[in-house]
Design a protein. Structure first.
Length: 275
């Protein structure tokens, strides 16, 4: 069964109307993808800043989806292309992964895919497919790989963007999100929540720091993407303290892992291809 959902928080009427219009456009794009590629979309979600909750009016719509071909596509010696990509004039960036590719990445605990499965904005979903993957997540989740992924994000943003006194606020928020995600993984050994507000709630105890983060997110949403701003020094100090901690901690973070069989994923592939 497919469901179509809009995850829209309380917003002014004009913003709600804009989002409804974009939701309609995105669903139309997905239907076009199905027709032109003879595939079936199993899951389509929002990724990036809009899913995290610190987008601005200029932010693109980063739609990520999983699709399945007809049976005959899988009965060939040479595998076909396993990615569909398209950038539309209405700022919708569509990227999709073929089902077998998706399941292989799930088996490897790919953090980007894990985020797709927990996006708060779901455009389309095969309920059976999504619930089965979410149910298998504890067996395949790799906290070590996930911490390395988020550490690489904050390290990259620090080196590339945060060496000056002022920089685009989204760069600091990407940096901070990577740090807090590492903290979540260390403490809970589970996938960090996608909404940034939930990640902050679960990792930042200091009320003053949380207030500064809220203020920064509000300022980011009102600013242009490339406006250069200075971040509160106390918040910068807080972030750098934990960045240093995880840069050192990552080398010794070695929780026990159990290797899961691929049988459950084989069953999903069989069932979804069979339709």
């Amino acid at each position: 069964m497919f469901t179509r959902m809009d995850s829209l928080p309380d917003q002014p009427l004009q913003t709600m109307n804009e989002n409804n219009n974009m939701n309609t456009a995105i669903l139309s794009h997905l239907e076009q993808v199905e027709r032109e590629n003879d595939v079936r979309v199993l899951l389509a979600v929002e990724s990036g800043s809009r899913a995290w909750g610190f987008h601005s009016a200029e932010s693109d719509w980063d739609v990520r989806f999983v699709y399945v071909h007809r049976l005959d596509w899988y009965l060939k010696v040479n595998e076909g292309r396993d990615v569909i990509e398209h950038m539309y004039d209405d700022d919708v960036d569509l990227v999709g992964w073929e089902l077998r590719k998706t399941l292989r990445l799930f088996q490897k605990s790919n953090p980007a895919l894990m985020e797709w499965l927990h996006s708060p904005i779901v455009y389309r979903a095969d309920e059976g497919f999504l619930s089965r993957l979410r149910g298998l997540e504890p067996a395949y989740f790799n906290p070590i790989k996930t911490m390395y992924h988020y550490a690489s994000i904050y390290i990259k943003h620090d080196k590339r963007y945060l060496q000056n006194a002022a920089y685009p606020l989204k760069r600091f928020l990407y940096y901070l999100r990577g740090i807090l995600a590492c903290r979540w993984v260390e403490e809970r050994q589970s996938m960090p929540p996608v909404p940034f507000s939930e990640l902050v709630d679960g990792t930042v105890a200091d009320a003053s720091i949380r207030r500064k983060i809220d203020e920064l997110v509000a300022l980011k949403r009102q600013s242009k993407e490339n406006d250069l701003k200075e971040v509160d020094p106390e918040l910068v100090e807080y972030a750098r303290h934990w960045a240093d901690h995880y840069t050192e901690r990552i080398g010794t973070f070695r929780p026990e892992l159990e290797k899961a069989s691929s049988e459950a994923l084989d069953a999903i592939l069989f069932d979804m291809v069979r339709g």
